[in-house]
Design a binder for this molecule. Structure first.
Ligand code: LLP
Length: 433
C-alpha cells in the first residue's frame, strides 16, 4: 500500500486509519471524502519537530490551507501549533470563524484587492506576503489609514526550475508570482518597502513549485535568498529577520513514486542554512516552511459507487462512478496520476481488465484516471477508492452540472465525524434569485 495508514481487513475491505471503508460508505453515502486526522496531526508534528531541531524554537510550519480548507482543518492547525498560509478573504473568513489565531496567518496572493487588504487587517492577519509594488502601495495606504504597522515578507522569485509540472512551477523568473532577483525588481521592492512608514519588512519568501521531489530545491532556494539578503544588507542595511522557504514537498500518488524523508531533508536544509549564514555573517533568520500537499494528501481517500460498466470491444472500457471532475478535477487539469482500486474487494486479483474510471458529468474530459486495472467482473454497486486525494480535491471541487459536493469525514482514533456535510440541491440553488 502506498501509505502506512492503509490496510485490508479479513473481509477483504480496504481500511484507512484502521476503519473499514465499506462501513464508512454505508454510514455516510458516496461519493465521500475521507481524511485521516491522526495522519494529518502526525505530519504537522513531523514538520514542527524537524524545523525546530534544525532552526530553533521559533521556527514553524505554516499549513498551506489552499490544499484543503474548511473550519475543522483550521482547528486542527490551531491545536497543533501550526501557522497557516491563506490566499483569499474566503480562506481568512474560514480561519477566523474557526477561531484560528490570525497572528499566525500569512496572507498570500498575487492580486490582493483593496477589500482583501482591509479585510485581512481588520481580522488581524499577522503577515502579508507581498507580491508586487502596487500591493506595497495599497497595504501602506490601508495601514496608514488604520494607524498600524503591518508586518510583511516580500515574495522573491529565485529563478529556479523545480522540475515539476508546468501548472505548479512558480520559482522561475517569468512566473506570475513574486519579484525576480535577476531583473532587479526584487531589489527595488526591498528598497521601496524599507521606505514606507507603515510597513515592517520582516523578511523574504519564496515558493518554487509543488509536487517537487528534487531534494536540493529548498537548498538552492535558501542559498539564493540568503545571498540576496546579504547583498541587501550591505547596500541598504536590510535585516533579514524571517525567511519563508515555501511549500512543495512531493507525495506518493503511485507505488512507483519515491518516498521523501521530509525530516531528513529539513535537517540538510538546516545544515546548509547555518553554514551559509555563518559564512555571510548573517544572524540566523526565523525559518518558515509552507507545506500543503504533504500535510494532507495521503491522509485522504475518495470513495465512489460504481454505476455503468461499459465495454467497447476492441477499443476501451469505462467504469463510471457517482462523482468525477466535480470532486477531483486534477486529472482533467494536470493529467495527475492516482492509485485506484475496489474498496469492497481490495484483494480481488481475479482476471483484470483495463479501464478508464470516469465521472458522471456531461463532458468527455470528466476522467478520474485512465489505464486502471480493476477486476474483470467489476459491476454496478462495487465501491471504488481513489487514494491520496486529501490535497487539492475538496478545495478545487465545483458544482458543475449542479452536482452537490460530497461530505468530508475526519477519522481519528477509530471514530469518524462529519467535518463538512454533504451539499443538498437546495445548497446548490442557494444563491439563485
Ligand atoms: N506556498 C505557496 C506560496 C504556494 O503557492 C503553495 C502552493 C504552497 C505553499 C503549498 O504547496 P504544496 O506543499 O501543497 O505543494 N492545485 C495544484 C497545486 C497548486 C499549488 C499552489 N501553490 C494541484 O492540485 O496539484
Amino acid at each position: 500500500m502506498i501509505c502506512n495508514n492503509l490496510s485490508i481487513n479479513e473481509k477483504g475491505h480496504l481500511c484507512i486509519g484502521g476503519q473499514d471503508t465499506v462501513e464508512l460508505a454505508e454510514a455516510y453515502g458516496t461519493p465521500l471524502y475521507l481524511l485521516d486526522e491522526d495522519r494529518i496531526r502526525e505530519r504537522c508534528r513531523t514538520y514542527r519537530r524537524a524545523l525546530q531541531e534544525a532552526f530553533g524554537e521559533e521556527a514553524n510550519a505554516l499549513y498551506a490551507s489552499k490544499a484543503a480548507s474548511f473550519r475543522g482543518m483550521y482547528r486542527i492547525m490551531k491545536e497543533e501549533g501550526m501557522g497557516v498560509d491563506v490566499v483569499s478573504s474566503g480562506e481568512i473568513y474560514t480561519a477566523v470563524s474557526a477561531g484560528f489565531p490570525m497572528e499566525r496567518a500569512y496572507f498570500h496572493s498575487n492580486n490582493k484587492t483593496d477589500a482583501d487588504i482591509r479585510f485581512a487587517m481588520e481580522n488581524g492577519v499577522g503577515y502579508f506576503v507581498v507580491d508586487n509594488r502596487e500591493e506595497l502601495d495599497a497595504i501602506e495606504a490601508v495601514a496608514a489609514e488604520r494607524g498600524q504597522m503591518q508586518k510583511i515578507l516580500l515574495r522573491i522569485t529565485p529563478g529556479i526550475d523545480p522540475h515539476t509540472y508546468e501548472a505548479v512551477a512558480t520559482g522561475r523568473v517569468d512566473s506570475k508570482f513574486g519579484s525576480a532577483i535577476e531583473t532587479g525588481q526584487a531589489e527595488e521592492m526591498v528598497v521601496y518597502a524599507m521606505s514606507l512608514a507603515h510597513i515592517d519588512l520582516m523578511g523574504l519568501h519564496c515558493h518554487v513549485g509543488s509536487q517537487v521531489f528534487d531534494s536540493d530545491v529548498f537548498l538552492r532556494a535558501a542559498a539564493i535568498l540568503l545571498d540576496f539578503a546579504a547583498k541587501m544588507r550591505e547596500k541598504y542595511q536590510f535585516a533579514l529577520r524571517e525567511l519563508d522557504l515555501g511549500g512543495g514537498y512531493g507525495v506518493r500518488y503511485l507505488e512507483s513514486d519515491p518516498e521523501l524523508d521530509i525530516a531528513e531533508n529539513i535537517r540538510e536544509v538546516g545544515k546548509a542554512v547555518h553554514a551559509q549564514c555563518e559564512a555571510l555573517g548573517l544572524p540566523l533568520p526565523v525559518i518558515r516552511m509552507e507545506p500543503g500537499r504533504s500535510i494532507v494528501a495521503d491522509a485522504g481517500m475518495t470513495l465512489y459507487t460504481v454505476g455503468t460498466v461499459k465495454r467497447i470491444p476492441g477499443y476501451k472500457n469505462y467504469v463510471s462512478v457517482d462523482g468525477g471532475m466535480t470532486d477531483n478535477p486534477r486529472f482533467a487539469l494536470y493529467g495527475s496520476s492516482y492509485t485506484v482500486l475496489l474498496a469492497n474487494r481490495a484483494n480481488d486479483a481475479g482476471e483484470a481488465f483495463r479501464c478508464s474510471v470516469v465521472g458522471r458529468c456531461c463532458e468527455s474530459g470528466d476522467i478520474l484516471q485512465e489505464n486502471v486495472k480493476l477486476p474483470a467482473d467489476t459491476k454496478r454497486g462495487d465501491l471504488v477508492a481513489v487514494l491520496t486525494t486529501g490535497a487539492y480535491n475538496y478545495s478545487m471541487s465545483s458544482n458543475y452540472n449542479r452536482i452537490p459536493r460530497p461530505p468530508v469525514v475526519l477519522l481519528s482514533g477509530g471514530e469518524s465525524k462529519l467535518a463538512v456535510r454533504r451539499e443538498t440541491f437546495e445548497d446548490v440553488c442557494r444563491n439563485d434569485i
